[in-house]
Write a protein of this length. Structure first.
Ligand SMILES: Nc1ncnc2c1ncn2[C@@H]1O[C@H](COP(=O)(O)OP(=O)(O)OP(=O)(O)O)[C@@H](O)[C@H]1O
Length: 242
């Protein structure tokens, strides 16, 4: 479980996250939605340690990420998988080398062990046949799947996905959603997804947090989303669903 307590972040005196409280459960797809510039990416960056909030706590199964000693921070980082927007693959590495990369940098396993684990993850996303191809030779959807394989190679407890569907056709988007959903359930991962795609939110958002101007304005399930009487959420939905 990940808990956020009063997360406050500002840039040059401009408040971008204003006291965010929430908790994200394991085995569930937790989604963060909201208009452009409302703080979704900043929140994700605060959670994974790219940005440091001025106030608040991020608790990983009770461990305070922002106050923890270096060893604990390292341990928590190793338990995170991140699927970056666009996949963020290394162009000069093969698909297999991309997936193996976290193992190369964070473990002392033998090359055989690392290749075996990376191949297993590629198999999980249906891409073992593409292991020796270069990223430039595969489609956008395949790149996302490679990104997912790399995100799960360290067997994460926490998975962060920033716009996993951006740039994909609707059919491929459904496949990526399904894959993220299956992996979340299979390994009981606490998954956080930032999304602009309402189809995706309705398909898999078991817990949804709606941000507006850096504040959490609404939270609930996808089933309750459309019943909301919060005006700013109604307005957001009307722009998305028409
Ligand atoms: N490093 C930074 N320095 C200064 N301001 C920043 C920085 N990063 C983000 N911001 C500002 O913080 C606000 C929230 O940005 P954020 O990227 O979190 O929005 P978002 O909700 O993810 O938007 P989008 O859906 O368009 O990606 C924006 O006004 C942005 O300009």
């Amino acid at each position: 479980m990940i808990q956020l307590k009063h997360i406050h972040k500002e840039f040059d005196g401009r408040v971008v996250l204003d006291g965010i409280d929430s908790s994200f459960q394991p085995g569930k797809i937790n989604m963060v939605i909201g208009g452009s510039g409302t703080g979704k990416s900043v929140l994700l960056k605060c959670m994974i340690g790219i940005l440091k909030p001025e106030k608040g706590q991020v608790l990983y199964d009770g461990r305070d990420f922002l106050q923890a000693d270096q060893e604990t921070v390292k341990a928590i980082r190793r338990e995170m998988g991140v699927l970056f927007q666009g996949g963020a693959l290394f162009d000069s590495k093969t698909v297999l080398e991309n997936v193996r990369f976290p193992l190369d940098t964070l473990t002392s396993q033998s090359v055989e062990e690392k290749n075996a684990r990376a191949m297993m993850c590629l198999q999980r996303v249906g891409l073992e046949a593409a292991a020796h191809q270069m990223p430039s030779d595969i489609s956008g959807g395949m790149k996302k799947r490679v990104g997912i394989a790399r995100a799960i190679v360290m067997n994460p407890k926490y998975l962060f996905c920033d716009e996993p569907n951006s740039g994909l056709d609707p059919l491929t988007a459904v496949k990526i959603d399904l894959l993220i959903q299956e992996i979340t359930k299979e390994f009981n991962i606490t998954t956080i997804v930032i999304s602009h795609d309402m189809n995706s939110v309705m398909r898999m958002g078991e817990y949804i947090m709606f941000l507006k101007d850096g504040k959490k304005v609404w939270e609930g399930s996808n089933q309750n989303l459309l019943k909301t009487d919060v005006p700013s959420l109604q307005e957001f939905l009307s722009t998305k669903l028409t």
